[in-house]
Design a binder for this molecule. Structure first.
Ligand code: NAD
Length: 485
C-alpha cells in the first residue's frame, strides 16, 4: 500500500470500545482533530455489547465492510466477556485482515516516570504471522513433540521493508535485526539474508545484525544503543514486552498492527472497567496508537505536533492519577482535562525531554515487490523419521541396510538433530525419534524412491512417523546437516 500526503481527508474506522474506551477515544480524537488531522471518521460498534448479542467474535458483518473500505482502524480497548465460547476480537481482526507487522514504540519519560533507562527510545517491529505462531505442532512418539517454524521470503521481505520505511518516515537512523542464524541457518538465515538485501536499498539508514541472545542482553542493559529493531515473531513477542517494561511506563504505550490491506492502531492496555465513566483514565496509550496511525497515513507533521504537545504536558507535570507522583507532578487531572492540556500546548515543544521528529508528509511505500526469480529445485533425498523406543543406532542402521531400493543409499541417522550413525559418539543421548537420511546413489532421485523407501522401511519392522524431502535450490543445499555430520 502506498500512502501519500494530500489535503484530502483520510477515511478511518473508529471503535469506542468498552470500559474506559469511550472516554479515552473522545480525548484522543479531540486532540488530533484540534491539531489538524484530516480524517473522515466512520464509527463501528465492537466488544461487549456485540458479544452479548450472541456474536462470538465481538464484531458485526457491517463492521468488516467499514474496515475493508477505510483500511485504517483506530480501536479503543474492549472487555472480553468471561466464560467459554468467546473469541479474542484482536486475534480475529489481526488474522482475518492479514496484519503481518506489530509495531511497538518503547520510550522512557524520565524523570516523570521512573526507569533505569532514562535515554531509551526504540521501536520494535515484530513479524506477526509466521515463525512458530502457525501453531503447527505434532507429537509423533512417546518421547518427542515438535513445532514447525516457518519463515517465508515474502513474509520476511515485507516486515523488513516495513521496518526500513518506518525508520525513514520517522527520521530514525538505524535498523537492527535480531535472529539466531548461527543455529537456524536456513529459517533465521533467510530472514537475515533478506534483511541484508533490503538494507542496501536504504543507504541513508544504518543497519546492523545481532544474534538474538546477546542482542536481547544488550537491549535490556543498554536500550539507548538501539533505534528501530526488526525480528521474527517469537523473539519480537518476548522482547517487545521486555522493552515496554523497562521504559517503566507500560500503561502509556500504543501499538500498531499493519497489513497489506488494513491496519489497526490501539493502546496496549485493556478496558480498565473499574475506572470507567469516572473521567480518570489516562488517554496517552490510545493517543500513541493514534500517532502511529497518523504517521502511517502520511500525516506525520500532525503526529509530530501532537507528540510534542503531549511531551510538554507530561513535562509540565500535568498528570492523570496513574502517573501522578507528589514532588514530581504539579497538577492531577482527569481524562478530559488532560486532553485540554495537550490541546492548549499544540505548537509547543518539550524543553527537557527530547522532542519528537516525524517526516513531514512522510510517505511509506510498503507495497509488495516481486520476489526474486524462482530457483531451480532438485529432489536429492528424503529424511524418514521413525518411532523406535528401543535399539542402538548400529542395529537400526544394519536393519535399514538389509534391503535395497535401487538408486538410493542410507547416508546418516540422527536423533534430535545429532548424528548417531555412522561413527556416532557413545556419549550421545538418544530418544525414540530417529531421522534416517536416504540420498540419491549417483543418479537422480524422485518421489517414486520415497514411496519405495517408506514401504521397505515399514517392511523392515519400523514405524514411519513422517518424511521430509531433501532439495537443492540452484545447487545450494536446502536442508540442515546433523550436528557432528
Ligand atoms: P487493564 O489494562 O484494563 O488494567 C490493568 C490496570 O491498569 C488496572 O489497574 C487499570 O485500572 C489500569 N489502567 C489500564 N489502562 C489505564 C489507563 N488508560 N489509565 C489509567 N489506568 C489504567 O487490564 P485488565 O484489568 O487485565 O483487563 C480489563 C479488560 O480489558 C479485560 O476484559 C481484558 O480482556 C481487556 N483487555 C482488552 C485489550 C484490548 O482490547 N486490546 C487488551 C488487554 C485487556
Amino acid at each position: 500500500m502506498t500512502t501519500t500526503l494530500t489535503a484530502k481527508k483520510t477515511p478511518i474506522t473508529v471503535a469506542y470500545g468498552d470500559g474506559i474506551g469511550p472516554e479515552i477515544m473522545d480525548a484522543t480524537l479531540r486532540i488530533i482533530t484540534a491539531a489538524g488531522a484530516r480524517l473522515d471518521i466512520e464509527k463501528i460498534e465492537i466488544g461487549e455489547s456485540v458479544y452479548n448479542r450472541g456474536l462470538s467474535n465481538g464484531i458485526e458483518d457491517s463492521s468488516w465492510e467499514s474496515l475493508r473500505r477505510t483500511k485504517v482502524f483506530l480501536k479503543a480497548p474492549i472487555t472480553t466477556p468471561q466464560g467459554g465460547g468467546f473469541k479474542s476480537l484482536n486475534v480475529t481482526v489481526r488474522k482475518t485482515l492479514g496484519m503481518y507487522a506489530n509495531v511497538r514504540p518503547c520510550a522512557s519519560l524520565a524523570p516523570y516516570v521512573a526507569t533505569k533507562h532514562p535515554n531509551m527510545n526504540l521501536i520494535i517491529v515484530r513479524e506477526n504471522e509466521e515463525d512458530v505462531y502457525g501453531g503447527i505442532e505434532h507429537r509423533q512418539t512417546n518421547q518427542v513433540t515438535q513445532c514447525l517454524k516457518l519463515i517465508s521470503r515474502p513474509g520476511s521481505e515485507r516486515i523488513v521493508r516495513y521496518a526500513f520505511e518506518y525508520a525513514r518516515a520517522n527520521r530514525r537512523k538505524k535498523v537492527t535485526c535480531f535472529t539466531k542464524d548461527n543455529i537456524m541457518k536456513i529459517t533465521d538465515g533467510l530472514f537475515h539474508k533478506i534483511f541484508d538485501e533490503i538494507a542496501k536499498e536504504y543507504p541513508d539508514i544504518e543497519n546492523e545484525h545481532w544474534i538474538v541472545d546477546i542482542g536481547a542482553a544488550k537491549m535490556a542493559d543498554t536500550p539507548e544503543a538501539f533505534d528501530v529493531l526488526v525480528m521474527p515473531n517469537l523473539y519480537g513477542d518476548v522482547l517487545s514486552d521486555v522493552a515496554a517494561q523497562i521504559t517503566g511506563s507500560v500503561g502509556l504505550a500504543g501499538s500498531a498492527n499493519i497489513g497489506d490491506h488494513c491496519s489497526m492502531f490501539e493502546a496496549i492496555h485493556g478496558s480498565a472497567p473499574r475506572r470507567a465513566g469516572q473521567n480518570m483514565a489516562n488517554p496517552s496509550g490510545l493517543l500513541h496508537g493514534a500517532l502511529l496511525m497518523l504517521s502511517h497515513i502520511g500525516q506525520g507533521e500532525i503526529a509530530e505536533k501532537v507528540h510534542n504537545a503531549w511531551l510538554k504536558t507530561i513535562e509540565d507535570g500535568v498528570h492523570t492519577y496513574d502517573i501522578y507522583k507528589d514532588g514530581v507532578s504539579k497538577q492531577k487531572v482527569g481524562t478530559k482535562e488532560f486532553g485540554d492540556a495537550v490541546i492548549a500546548r499544540l505548537g509547543q515543544k518539550p524543553e527537557k525531554l527530547p522532542a519528537a521528529e516525524y517526516a513531514k508528509g512522510g510517505q511509506m511505500d510498503i507495497s509488495a515487490r516481486a520476489s526474486g526469480a524462482a530457483a531451480k529445485k532438485e529432489h536429492v533425498g528424503v529424511d524418514i523419521f521413525i518411532d523406535r523406543p528401543s535399539g542402538e543406532p548400529d542395529e537400526i542402521a544394519s536393519a535399514l541396510r538389509g534391503f535395497t531400493v535401487p538408486g538410493t543409499k542410507l547416508t546418516v541417522i540422527s536423533n534430535r538433530g545429532t548424528k548417531v550413525w555412522p561413527n556416532g559418539n557413545p556419549d550421545t543421548f538418544w530418544s525414540d525419534h530417529w531421522s534416517c537420511r536416504f540420498e540419491a546413489d549417483g543418479g537422480t532421485f524422485n518421489t517414486g524412491h520415497v514411496v519405495q523407501l517408506i514401504e521397505a522401511v515399514t517392511n523392515a519392522g519400523f514405524e514411519v512417523v513422517k518424511t521430509e524431502g531433501l532439495y537443492t535450490f540452484d545447487g545450494a543445499r536446502g536442508f540442515s546437516l546433523a550436528q557432528g555430520q
